[in-house]
Every structure is written in structure tokens, then in C-alpha cells.
Design a protein around this ligand. Structure first.
Ligand SMILES: Cc1cc2nc3c(=O)[nH]c(=O)nc-3n(C[C@H](O)[C@H](O)[C@H](O)COP(=O)(O)OP(=O)(O)OC[C@H]3O[C@@H](n4cnc5c(N)ncnc54)[C@H](O)[C@@H]3O)c2cc1C
Length: 394
């Protein structure tokens, strides 16, 4: 049993919690991270199923933190083009990095690979990362917060950051009111092999019930798919034998990449929108999926969370200390300004995703008509296209 005093304790060693830890440690802040799982530090040798499309903004920040150069180049799938089409009416949109003066529209990376690099970088900067532990409910005082761990350690910190994901226990313990919506859809995730090379293009086919995203990995013939389907349909697809699954996948992809074959297990994730109405509770602040989860339609959840970590670290790093202590009033003012700024960003993303979701799942004939003309309109309007490119890259 040890008593650990620190400025910041972060619960959750996902991409968001660890990137915050690195950003604070670079500026000399004392940070402890606790994580309930084991072995996230090790770089997985085999390709992992869970991937994220990293925006240019996230990539640049991870670059500045010294983490991006640690990613093995063969585990990064850069995409420079996007092709989105509607299977019902043939409308389609093409996005190109060149049009926006960008080198790329984004990078597909395995979550576990990013987490492993972040973990190693955090430890190299002096962050203490404690894994395979649970915690009791935090105890708050005017000056600090105490967190008791299942291994007997006690952490005394000035600030507690809840980066413990969508089902945040800290958020629950704080009794935070939530806005919640179950999309009654699942995201079916798998790795596939394509007959034709993907040519660094991310593709998304919209159809009744939800889109099929085909995300290019580093190997020109390997892609990660996120296939959004109604819950029962996702379960059915997950349980099909490989031949039957491949058959349905090929039909849904309109053969844009020739014959597709699944080369991994299939996993399915429930798609739910969550938004915490209060991100502050005494000396506790929420970031990442603990504060918000959004539909993965535009691949923005991790990017939004990384944006939280970036904003919070920038504000905390600007805040002066006296004998290593933050002034309690100044700290709360800083946390409130973080909350205001990031709530606005989260609400904007949730609203955009909700609009897309409604437009593309509907059977309403008027909305379906709008959907066709909508996509065509976008293709015809350079200004609107610029807007979408900006969203894709920020
Ligand atoms: C199908 C699907 C596809 C997606 N695709 C994309 C995409 O392309 N691009 C994108 O930007 N986003 C995408 N997302 C969203 C993205 O995966 C999440 O937003 C992101 O992983 C959230 O990161 P996080 O660090 O906040 O939470 P998490 O990754 O959930 O990390 C939380 C960590 O906290 C730990 N933890 C939890 N509870 C405790 C506890 N009590 N004590 C200690 N540790 C604890 C967990 O073990 C975990 O390590 C997708 C999501 C889904 C479901």
C-alpha cells in the first residue's frame, strides 16, 4: 500500500486519458493514470479489430506530443479521398484532399496501437500508470480529492479526470444527469480483404438501415468495415457463416472494390448517443466518451475526445501554481471555461450526426427525395463541399 500525492489523477488509459496525461507531463505536471485493464502498454503484434479514423487535427496534436512518430508506419492507413454514395438512388459525393489543400483527409489507426504508444510515451515522461485496478467512490475536500484503489494504494490529487469511457463509473458515482438516445443500431466491425486495391480512398455506402463504411488500412487490399445495421440484423450478420456473410457484404458494397472477403472475427457494438449535462463535479471533470458518445457515422468520437484532452491540457498548462498547488478558485474557473468550450463542440457534433442519421435511415418518401437531391446538391456546390472537407480534416 502506498500514498501517492499528485496534481492530476486520470481514470482511464484510453486514447483520450493517455493523451491528456502526456500533454500535461510534457509541461512538468505530476500525473497518475489508473486503468482497470492489463497489457495496454504492449504493442499488439497482430492487427486489431477496433480502428479509428484520425482527423488531421488529432494527428497533428499527437505529432506535437511526440506520439505519432512512434506509430509503426505499416500500421497507419492514410486516405486522401472519400467516396460516399446512396445505394437507393445512385447519388454520390467525392471528396479529395487536394481540393482542400490538404496532404490527406485522415489516417486509419488501430486504437490499441495508439494506446500502446501513448502509454510508453507517458511513462517515459514520468507519468505513473497503474493498471489492473478498480477504485472506490472519490472523496472530495476543499483542497483535494482522495481515490482509494483496489490494490490498497491511496491517491491524493488536486484534480480528478474521468476518462473512463462511455459507461463511466465516476460519472455514475457523481449522479450526473444524462441525455441518452439508443439508435437501436449496432456497428458491425471486421477486417476484410478486397480484390481491387483501395487506393487510399475511404468509402461509405448509405442504404436503408444504416451505412457501410470501408476504411483503407496500410495494406492496399485490406480494409476495416463498420456496418451500421438495426440490432437484430447486426446479430444475424455476425452469426452468418463466412460464405453467406461475404455474399451479403459484396452486395452491399456494390462491388466497388471487386470481391470482398472477411479475414477476421466480427464484433458488434451498440450505437448510443450520450451527453453528460454536467461535466464538473467538485474537483472532478469529464473528458472523451465519459462526457459524450456520438454515432460513428462520420468517425468523430475519438477525435472529439482528443479535442477535449487538447483543450483541457492547454488551459491547465496555462494555469500558474504556487508551491506546486493550483489556486482552488482559479482552477474551478479554468475547468468551467473548458466545460463551456467543449460542450459547444460536442453539441455541434451530436446535432450534425443526428441530422445525417435521420436523413439516411428514414423511409419517409419526402425525406428520401431530399436525400437524393441533397447528395447531388453537395456534389454540385463547391462551397458545401469545402464545408464537408473541413469537417473531415479538423
Ligand atoms: C463501431 C465504432 C466505430 C468507431 N469509429 C471511430 C472512428 O473512426 N473515429 C473516431 O474518432 N471515433 C470512432 N469511434 C469512437 C471511439 O472509439 C471512441 O470515441 C473512443 O475510443 C473513446 O476514447 P476514450 O479514451 O474516451 O474511451 P475508451 O476508449 O472507452 O477508454 C476508457 C478507458 O477507461 C478504462 N476504464 C473504464 N472504467 C474504468 C474504471 N472504473 N477504472 C479504471 N479504468 C477504467 C477502460 O478500460 C478504457 O481503457 C467509434 C466507435 C464505435 C463504437
Amino acid at each position: 500500500m502506498a500514498l501517492l500525492r499528485t496534481q492530476v489523477v486520470i481514470v482511464g488509459a484510453g486514447m483520450v486519458g493517455l493523451s491528456l496525461a502526456v500533454a500535461l507531463a510534457i509541461r512538468g505536471r505530476e500525473v497518475v493514470v489508473i486503468e482497470r485493464q492489463a497489457a495496454k502498454k504492449e504493442m499488439p503484434s497482430a492487427p486489431q479489430l477496433r480502428v479509428s479514423a484520425m482527423s488531421g487535427g488529432s494527428q497533428q496534436w499527437l505529432q506535437a506530443l511526440g506520439v505519432w512518430p512512434m506509430l509503426p508506419p505499416e500500421r497507419i492507413g492514410t486516405y486522401r479521398k472519400m467516396h460516399v454514395w446512396d445505394r437507393d438512388n445512385g447519388a454520390d459525393i467525392h471528396f479529395d484532399a487536394d481540393q482542400a489543400g490538404l496532404d490527406a483527409l485522415g489516417d486509419i489507426v488501430e486504437n490499441a496501437v495508439v494506446e500502446s504508444c501513448l502509454w510508453q510515451r507517458a511513462e517515459a515522461l514520468g507519468v505513473k500508470v497503474i493498471d489492473e485496478v478498480e477504485h472506490e467512490a472519490p472523496e472530495f475536500s476543499a483542497q483535494d480529492v482522495t481515490l482509494s484503489l483496489s490494490n490498497g494504494d491511496i491517491i491524493l490529487a488536486q484534480l480528478l479526470v474521468a476518462a473512463d469511457g462511455a459507461r463511466s463509473k465516476l460519472r455514475e458515482q457523481a449522479g450526473t444527469p444524462m441525455v441518452f438516445k439508443d439508435y437501436e443500431q449496432h456497428g458491425l466491425v471486421a477486417t476484410i480483404k478486397s480484390q481491387h486495391p483501395h487506393q487510399g480512398t475511404a468509402r461509405q455506402a448509405f442504404m436503408e438501415g444504416g451505412p457501410l463504411a470501408l476504411l483503407p488500412l496500410n495494406d492496399p487490399h485490406h480494409l476495416s468495415i463498420v456496418w451500421t445495421r438495426p440490432q437484430l440484423e447486426a446479430e444475424r450478420l455476425q452469426n452468418l457463416d463466412e460464405t453467406d456473410f461475404n455474399h451479403e457484404l459484396n452486395a452491399a458494397s456494390d462491388n466497388v472494390l471487386g470481391v470482398l472477403k472477411v479475414v477476421s472475427e466480427r464484433q458488434s457494438f451498440p450505437l448510443q448517443m450520450r451527453y453528460a449535462e454536467q461535466w464538473l463535479h467538485q474537483r472532478q471533470v469529464l473528458i472523451g466518451d465519459a462526457a459524450h458518445t456520438i454515432h460513428p457515422l462520420a468517425g468523430q468520437g475519438a477525435n472529439l475526445g482528443i479535442g477535449d484532452a487538447r483543450e483541457l491540457s492547454a488551459r491547465l498548462n496555462e494555469l500558474g501554481t504556487l508551491n506546486g498547488q493550483w489556486d482552488a478558485v482559479a482552477l474551478m474557473r479554468t475547468l468551467r471555461s473548458y466545460e463551456r468550450a467543449r460542450k459547444a463542440a460536442a453539441v455541434q457534433q451530436i446535432a450534425t450526426m443526428e441530422g445525417f442519421h435521420q436523413l439516411f435511415r428514414t423511409a419517409n418518401p419526402v425525406l428520401r427525395l431530399l436525400r437524393g437531391t441533397g447528395l447531388k446538391l453537395v456534389d454540385a456546390q463547391p462551397l458545401l463541399k469545402q464545408f464537408f472537407l473541413h469537417q473531415a480534416s479538423k
